[in-house]
Design a protein around this ligand. Structure first.
Ligand code: MRU
Length: 329
């Protein structure tokens, strides 16, 4: 599969994630404003992919001309397009750091981030696959996925879904229960599409079925990605992850978080400091274009929640297990 986000020499190219699974189309983003719009609409999404978007945003900002302060202002707007995934501002900062070397150095750094992404996600998910194999006795495994932490959420390969790819290659996956992931359906639309492409058996379920599936003994391990990991190991991820973690803990099902180390934000002591994005009420007032609430219904629509470290079996990066004191191994 082509990279989720890439650079074609003139523009940022992305697989349009608002169109899948019915349409597979590529968008070319030529300006900072087009990139910001794509990030906000979730045409490009998922923490590692947003890291690449941040770096490529600086490339676009540098090509738009003007003085240094104009460039930095554009880069800042990219970094702030969405608040929760730390990778976005991390990608911007890494590219900005090369400004002294000129536009070519900024581009080279952005391209390095793109190359690194697949390598690091493959490594993190390989470590996590070993951990899952050690945690779960049943063969083959029945896994549960929330949101989309696959190829589409990264430049390539995936984080939590990368674990499924590794285990599937070894014949160890019976099936994946895919949370549909209300309200934007990243699970039903994107994760199910990726699993179908890869020939991995799956079933989509409403988010609200996850606890019942665990109670019925249908889940050996829950696999999720992360948008920001605080120093103490608390994890911000797609809304619903916290509820999953409580259910998993109650039923003795391990929950494993997989992310590149660019998702770890050691500047934040705990998850309480993580900014949680609130999204538009329309995402809940309508469903596939039909109004489903009173038109002016008040809405609570946080895009993410924070799962405390004590409910997480393991946080895994390319360095191995991330331990709450900040060490890896
Ligand atoms: O709002 P989204 O679709 O960008 O949310 C994405 C998630 O919550 C993912 O689980 C997370 O970014 C990890 S992706 C490898």
């Amino acid at each position: 599969m082509r990279r989720t986000i890439d650079w074609d020499g003139e523009a940022v190219t992305i697989i349009d994630q608002t169109a899948l699974p019915t349409q597979y189309r590529i968008l070319s983003l030529r300006t900072v404003d087009e990139l910001i719009d794509a990030i906000r609409r979730l045409a490009v999404r998922g923490a590692p992919a947003l890291g690449a978007a941040g770096a490529l945003g600086v490339v676009l900002a540098a090509r738009e001309g003007g003085d240094l302060s104009a460039l930095k202002e554009r880069a800042q707007r990219v970094a702030q397009a969405r608040p929760t995934a730390v990778n976005l501002s991390w990608g911007v900062a890494r590219a900005l750091d090369k400004l002294d070397g000129g536009a070519d150095a900024v581009l080279a750094e952005a391209l390095e981030i793109l190359d690194e992404d697949e390598r690091l996600n493959r490594a993190a998910s390989a470590h996590a696959a070993e951990i899952v194999v050690g945690l779960c006795d049943r063969r083959p495994l029945r896994l549960l996925s929330h949101c989309n932490a696959g190829h589409l959420a990264t430049v390539a390969w995936g984080s939590a879904l990368g674990v499924v790819w590794h285990l599937h290659q070894r014949g160890l996956v019976e099936s994946v229960l895919v949370d549909e992931t209300r309200p934007l359906l990243q699970g039903a639309r994107l994760t199910a599409w990726e699993l179908a492409q890869a020939g991995v058996p799956y079933r989509v379920q409403p988010d609200s079925a996850a606890a019942a599936a665990m109670a019925r003994g249908l889940v050996d391990c829950v696999l999720v990605g992360a948008d920001r990991i605080a120093a103490n190991g608390d994890v911000a991820n797609k809304i619903g992850t916290y509820g999953l973690a409580i259910a998993a803990h109650h039923h003795g099902v391990p929950l494993v978080v997989v992310a590149p180390s660019s998702t770890v934000d050691t500047s934040l002591a705990s998850g309480a400091e993580i900014a949680i994005e609130e999204r538009a009420p329309e995402e809940l007032r309508t469903f596939v274009g039909t109004v489903v609430t009173p038109p002016d219904a008040e809405v609570f629509n946080p895009a993410f929640d924070v799962t405390p470290a004590e409910l997480i079996t393991a946080v895994v990066t390319e360095h191995g297990r991330y331990l709450p004191d900040g060490t890896q191994g």
